[in-house]
Design a protein around this ligand. Structure first.
Ligand code: F0G
Length: 472
């Protein structure tokens, strides 16, 4: 029997990649002040900055866009979207939004207020920011195993149920307007949550009368992990697992830019008619009429079709296999990464990769080197991203990681092999990589625009070898 898991699609339409030389990339990076966000994407060979909004759509999705109906109210495209969502997530009400964070903003604006607490396994940044913007506190309750990058555990995204019970006992259920769980746990390494854990969180919330919502961005990848790893789930269709997950919740927020296989979109869904009315009013005010939210009819069609495709088990098998393939090749060569490999990304443990660089010198900027080496763009998730406190002081992040997020259906196995080779080349020369310093930074969200320079450029084989006169 053949062993190779192939991409379960053929390529009908292609986007050329502009190839660059190492010397060109060194110059481009210097001109971009050593910030990968400042680069033009056409100067990137393999873009692993995010898996969000970067999926390739299928022929059926493009065809669906042609029949998109752009009526302001009551468009048939909305009803096709609504049916496709409810087929997987059986909630009473579904409101389209322009992306995931818009659903979060509406939900938290309506449901939370200062002095309240909102638990999650690990809040994604936009979720946390939307909660904090309204004055409530975002509390992370992931299991201890989920915080140890090297430790193997099948469901490192699980919430610690004892910690959830203690939080409720300590703060009082009346101060917890909502409990969330993020599947898969993006900020915790793309790690899945078990069905048993979701059942547990649901039961605790029910007992205390707390609404339970799911941050559903990568629900299909999470369900695939449940099918692979959770005892008793092996013979169930993924679609059944998905339906059970959502039948345990009172609502969800969704970024369609991930597991709906589209480039833009999201939704907010729920069962409670009182909450729905309040959310609908904010939706109309800020996103649009409830049958289009922030989206065009054609976007709704693409989502409806994407949802049918994302629960296809041949697709999921290939999707998770391709992420695992990169992760396992790096692990075999000794590169420290978060284990086990998550669903949508590989997270390199930059502190373990560069033990000679103290966190104050931003080891997560290791991500610059796969760019100069092979034109690969990842994303620092560490002290640059989280380390600037609102009072302007520097705060070391718990971990310094480089995320290589894999867009859905975009790259082939040889692209991935090229990524592995480039990272291994960097790993070979890791002793010579220098720390970085910040030359300029804004007062918030510094990772997007900060300007850097190498601490010791002369010694660094991956930086500064290019032409000197291109500093931006
Ligand atoms: N929740 C999770 C778990 C996410 O990963 C994201 C986005 C959002 C919510 C917000 O959705 O972007 O549609 O507004 N994550 C992207 C990423 C940006 O790169 O991980 P959005």
């Amino acid at each position: 029997m053949t062993k190779t898991i192939i991409e379960p699609f053929r390529i009908k339409s292609v986007e050329p990649i502009k190839m660059t030389t190492k010397a060109e990339r060194e110059a481009l990076l210097k001109a971009a002040n050593y910030n990968l966000f400042t680069l033009k994407s056409e100067d990137v060979i393999i873009d692993l900055l995010t898996d969000s909004g970067t999926s390739a759509m299928s022929a059926a999705q493009w065809a669906g866009m042609q029949v998109g109906d752009e009526s302001y109210a009551g468009s048939p495209s909305y009803f096709r979207f609504e049916n496709a969502v409810k087929e997987l997530m059986p909630f009473e009400f579904v409101m389209p939004t322009h992306q995931g964070r818009a659903a979060e903003r509406i939900l938290f604006e309506v449901i939370s207020k200062p002095g309240q607490f909102i638990p999650n396994n690990t809040h994604f940044d936009t979720t946390r920011a939307n909660i904090e913007a309204g004055g409530a506190a975002a509390v992370d309750l992931v299991i201890e195993e989920g915080k140890n990058p090297a430790l193997d555990h099948p469901f490192k995204g699980n919430m610690d149920l004892k910690k959830l019970e203690s939080l409720i006992a300590e703060k009082g259920a009346e101060h917890i307007p909502l409990c969330m769980i993020t599947i898969t746990n993006n900020s915790g390494g793309g790690q899945p949550v078990s069905l048993e854990n979701i059942r547990g969180v649901s039961a605790i919330c029910k007992k205390h009368g707390i609404p339970f919502f799911i941050d559903a961005c990568r629900f299909a990848e999470n369900a695939w992990f449940i099918k692979q790893r959770e005892p008793g789930q092996q013979n169930r269709p993924v679609k059944d697992i998905v339906r059970e997950i959502f039948s345990l919740a009172d609502g969800c927020t969704m970024s369609a830019k991930k597991d709906a296989l589209v480039n833009m979109g999201g939704w907010l869904a729920m069962n409670d008619p009182v909450l729905e009315e309040k959310c609908r009013n904010v939706l109309i005010l800020t996103e649009g009429f409830p049958t289009y939210g922030g989206l065009s009819g054609r976007d709704l069609e693409a989502i409806a079709q994407g949802l049918r495709e994302v629960v296809d088990e041949d697709y999921l098998n290939y999707r998770i296999a391709s992420t695992t393939y990169v992760g396992n090749k790096l692990t075999e060569a000794g590169v420290p990464i978060m284990r086990p490999v998550g669903g949508h990304a590989i997270y390199i443990d930059a502190r373990a990769f560069l033990p000679h660089i103290p966190p104050e010198q931003y080891p997560g900027q290791l991500g610059l080197r796969p760019y100069t080496e092979g034109g690969i763009r990842g994303c620092e998730i560490g002290t640059v991203m989280f380390g600037l406190a609102p009072d302007g002081t520097e705060k070391i992040a718990p971990m310094d990681l480089v995320r290589l997020a894999i867009p859905r259906r975009v790259y082939t196995e040889s692209h991935m092999l090229y990524v592995v080779e480039s990272v291994l080349e960097v790993f070979k020369n890791r002793d010579k990589i220098s720390g970085m310093k910040i030359e300029w930074q804004p007062s918030a969200l510094r990772h997007f625009t900060a300007k850097f320079s190498p601490k010791n450029a002369a010694n660094d084989v991956n930086l500064d070898n290019g032409p000197a006169a291109v500093r931006g």
